[in-house]
Design a binder for this molecule. Structure first.
Ligand code: ATP
Length: 453
């Protein structure tokens, strides 16, 4: 009988089929770091590309940048990260395990509300693992520190960015003057972020090194609430358009006491994960004019926009949709995973959206027969410049279809003995498993149309 998806099954599929490996596994790994294999890197690229297409390419009002990971440390003073980007941590005096104190609280949303803030000791109780006594909570800053240059002293301390957003804020003026955008306009960025999470886990859900896709959308003060609504809708639809089931998605409004120091209002898009129930995959915050004002104050540079109509300088408000690439990766995999009974066998299939599938088309000769291999290789060569492809001639054709199903390949192209006579090949559809004969001459056009749909 087809079974439910468990995280064990997913982690094992990810390893077996080259999606995700534990980082430096031969040395026992390192907590919170993951490597993406040949299928994984492609899926990740496709997610980022789909995001970039939707928020930069297709919009008239958003441009992209790529800022450095290590920035002047004053950035993090101004942004508030040095003072407040910390989680409460406790240790068990008995078993020595370490916990994020807010995660020991009963209700998930109660926990959210103290995330990043000190927590009262009395609320915590005993160690959930051994029942031992816990230390008093102390704040632990999540930023990774490093040194720039050969001297390791206080003056050379720098940080690996914990969010990509600040690279956008400090480039506000550079972008404004170089591309001459008018308000409202946005700056988008995809890049690595680092957080020394106290308890990384749930596979790639909470990592210490991950990627973010962030937009800072600058608007006239007073229009921020309306733009916030628009972005919530826009971003929610992005997930739906890429095939995520609606019933698995939810919008969650942050309660006043859980808002970050910069936020006027935040709405999270949550997905129902098998291990955590509904949990955040993207946050959409109204960051007000907090960051631009702080950077202006700390840098002494004017970070304003000149409103020609009104003849005055304004400090724009900012709407920030912020999503994690790795969490999106996990979401797309979980949502796509299906097991079904086909001819007394269980078929595992990833029903990934066509634009996300790591392999778009697989070319399979019916067998390794010497008459079939050369034309199959020719078909593969024909498709390679146009699509991400794979060629597979090992084992039975049925096994090979299953292998492609398992990595989510939407189309398999099979070369058989009839091909030698009529120059037709069979296209098999991953989801319906239906097969159709098409002339090789039409293959590129046809696959192109199918994959664009
Ligand atoms: P959480 O409450 O889960 O720690 P957060 O509210 O701190 O997340 P944000 O700062 O809003 O997260 O980051 C925006 C997005 O970046 C999140 O929606 C998530 O997709 C991603 N993200 C944040 N932290 C991590 C992490 N440690 N590992 C992977 N992705 C992350």
């Amino acid at each position: 009988m087809p079974g439910e998806l468990t995280m064990d099954k997913l982690v094992s599929l990810c390893k077996r089929r080259g999606f995700v490996f534990q980082s430096s596994e031969v040395y026992g790994g390192i907590g919170g770091f993951w490597d993406y294999g040949p299928m994984g890197v492609q899926l990740k690229e496709n997610i980022k590309r789909a995001w970039w297409k939707a928020v930069v390419q297709e919009r008239p009002d958003v441009v992209g940048i790529d800022a450095a990971i290590v920035m002047n440390p004053r950035v993090w003073e101004a942004s508030g990260h040095i003072d407040t980007f910390a989680d409460p941590m406790v240790d068990c005096k008995g078993c020595k395990r370490r916990f994020r104190a807010d995660e020991l609280l009963e209700g998930k949303h109660e926990a959210e509300s103290v995330h990043g803030r000190p927590i009262a000791e009395a609320k915590l109780g005993a160690c959930p693992e051994c029942g031992g006594e816990l230390t008093a909570p102390r704040m632990f800053n999540l930023m990774f520190r490093t040194y720039v240059g050969p001297v390791e002293d206080d003056a050379s301390v720098a940080y690996l960015r914990p969010e990509t957003a600040q690279g956008i804020f400090v480039n506000f003026d550079n972008v404004l003057t170089s591309v001459r955008k008018k308000l409202p306009f946005g700056i988008a960025q995809v890049g690595k972020a680092f957080r020394n999470e106290i308890t990384p886990g749930n596979f790639i859900f909470r990592d210490r090194e991950f990627e973010q896709m962030e937009i800072e959308f600058f608007v006239h003060p007073g229009t921020d609430e309306e733009w916030h609504e628009r972005w919530i809708e826009e971003r929610f639809n992005w997930w739906l358009n890429l095939g995520i089931r609606k019933r698995k998605l939810e919008l969650r409004e942050h309660a006043a006491e859980e808002l970050s120091h910069y936020s006027k209002r935040t709405v999270d898009i949550e997905y129902e994960f098998p291990f955590a129930g509904f949990a955040e995959i993207e946050g959409i915050a109204n960051r007000t004019d907090f960051d631009l004002r702080r950077h202006a104050e700390y840098s002494g540079r004017e970070l304003t926009y000149f409103d020609e109509e009104k003849g005055e300088h304004v400090v724009p408000y900012v709407i920030e949709p912020s999503a994690g690439v790795d969490r999106a990766f996990l979401t797309f995999l979980i949502d796509a995973y299906a097991e079904e009974e086909v001819r007394d066998e269980t078929r595992v299939v990833l029903r990934l959206h066509r634009s996300l599938a790591p392999v778009q088309a697989a070319v399979l000769p019916l067998s390794r027969n010497e008459r079939l291999v050369p034309p199959a290789q020719q078909v593969w060569e024909l498709l390679r410049p146009h699509f991400m492809t794979q060629y597979d001639d090992a084992q039975s054709i049925g096994r090979r279809y299953r292998r492609q199903d398992e990595i989510g390949t939407p189309y398999c192209v099979t070369v058989d003995f009839d091909t030698l006579k009529d120059q037709d090949v069979t296209i098999r559809d991953r989801d319906s498993m239906e097969q159709a004969r098409v002339p090789i001459a039409n293959l590129i056009k046809l696959l192109g149309e199918k994959l664009q749909k």
